[in-house]
Design a protein around this ligand. Structure first.
Ligand code: FAD
Length: 391
């Protein structure tokens, strides 16, 4: 069955695929589909990140764990990604009085986490997709989707209209594909915003041997009413994310002047001022990001449309598994297509059946770990125990 030729039901070839979203899962899925001989076109609302456009304000680096590593290995891309990654061998906890705690993740290289810039990862995936024969279109924002049994029509904001046999919605937590796919259908949709937001902070490389900026660890600053998490980069700098309540005293809304920001950092994250001399300027110039959990069903429509990654299961980032599970989706869906090559409806139903229970648990774990990081790591009991461990 060649791309563009009718399928058994007389419609458009189901192997003529439009992927919406050239983020992490969209690109990886495009690679896997192209390798199966599908015709794959990817549509992305942003400009091509390889041409220098940044990803300002969006978690600049990400922790890659075993699930994501396995998926990249499955696609033959692991070495290319690891060439840009920094190892995270353990977690350094920055206690409020300036002491440090350390929890190793494991003893061998297959037990550690890796940290990689979202931009570098995206570029590796885009290059791999292009080499596999995928057609990439940037500055193409999907505005609407018309479902029909024989084909799906995609309408873009610039007026372009495209037909495809299959549409993959990899367009993130606020997915247009999901909204249009579920329109008029019996569907569950639950979206929950965390009353906390985040900003990114760049932390320059520390002096060699300085554990406070150890370039092979994940760093956590627990505090009363706040949290900073930082991942290392391959150039030994760190990228931090400061999480705070959105509103209330000490929340982002109240932190609009240099004096207010300085006072908050000094009180809650005292050793951060030494590590990030321009922390106040960075804080005031960075946008505030929001965090959302999405649970939904169904994830697919009549073998013509299917969702991947955050589009069907966005989770809070506190368990560090959103991208990893989005990558895992791609491998599971690839396996379902293998077993049901001529029947996408069966493949997509099997994919949802395998994945949904796991991603629901992930949403719960991610919410629970927020409470753990926020409350337990900064609790007086934990701090006293930590001090005893260190003594
Ligand atoms: P995305 O990567 O968001 O890609 C969606 C793409 O779709 C984007 O390129 C977007 O521009 C495009 N798009 C959206 N709408 C349209 C449209 N209408 N038309 C065309 N294109 C469109 N996960 C981890 O595993 N480890 C971590 O350490 C980690 N840290 C995180 C830290 C923070 C602060 C946050 C917010 C998230 C973190 N995550 C982490 C989660 C991770 O970022 C996501 O789970 C992951 O990016 C999901 O991939 P995706 O492909 O589903 O969506």
């Amino acid at each position: 069955m060649g791309a563009g030729s009718p399928d058994a039901s007389g419609g458009r070839d189901i192997r003529d695929v439009a992927v919406v979203g050239a983020g992490l899962s969209g690109c990886l899925m495009a690679v896997l589909l192209a390798r199966r001989g599908y015709r794959v076109r990817v549509f992305e609302r942003r400009p091509d990140p390889r041409l220098g456009a940044g990803d300002e304000g969006r978690s600049i680096n990400l922790g890659l764990s075993q699930r994501g590593i396995n998926a990249l290995r499955h696609a033959g891309l692991l070495d290319r990604v690891l060439a840009h990654a920094a190892p995270m061998r353990g977690r350094v906890v920055h206690l409020p009085d300036g002491d440090l705690g350390y929890h190793p993740y494991g003893t061998s290289d297959d037990q550690i986490l890796r940290s990689v810039l979202r931009h570098d990862l995206n570029v590796v995936l885009l290059d791999a997709a292009e080499s596999a024969g995928v057609a990439l279109r940037f500055d193409a924002r999907l505005a609407d989707l018309d479902k029909a049994d024989g084909a799906v029509t995609l309408r873009f904001e610039d007026g372009a209209v495209v037909e495809a046999g299959t549409v993959i919605g990899a367009d993130g937590a606020f997915s247009t594909v999901r909204a249009r796919m579920q329109r008029g259908e019996p569907a569950d949709y639950h979206q929950e915003f965390l009353p906390w937001g985040y900003k990114e902070l760049s932390i320059a490389a520390g002096a060699p041997g300085d554990r406070r900026a150890d370039p092979e660890s994940l760093h956590v600053w627990p505090a009363d009413g706040g949290l900073v998490v930082a991942h290392p980069n391959a150039d030994r700098s760190l990228t931090g994310t400061i999480f705070l309540p959105l509103t209330g005293p000490g929340g982002f809304d109240a932190l609009r002047t240099p004096d207010a920001v300085r006072a908050m950092i000094t009180a809650r994250f005292p050793d951060l001022t030494g590590l990030v001399p321009d922390v106040v300027e960075q804080f005031l110039s960075q946008p505030t990001g929001h965090l959302v959990t999405v649970r939904t069903a169904p994830w697919h429509w009549r073998g013509r449309v299917v969702l991947l990654g955050d589009a069907c299961h966005a989770v809070y980032p506190f368990y560090g598994q959103g991208m990893n599970s989005a990558f895992e989706d791609c491998v599971i869906l690839d396996g379902c297509l293998d077993r049901n090559a001529a029947d996408h409806a069966a493949a997509f139903a099997e994919y949802q059946a395998i994945r949904k229970a796991d991603t629901d648990v992930l949403a719960d774990l991610s919410a629970a770990n927020f409470v753990e990081l926020r409350d337990r790591l900064s609790s007086p009991l934990f701090l006293a125990r930590k001090k005893a461990d260190l003594a």
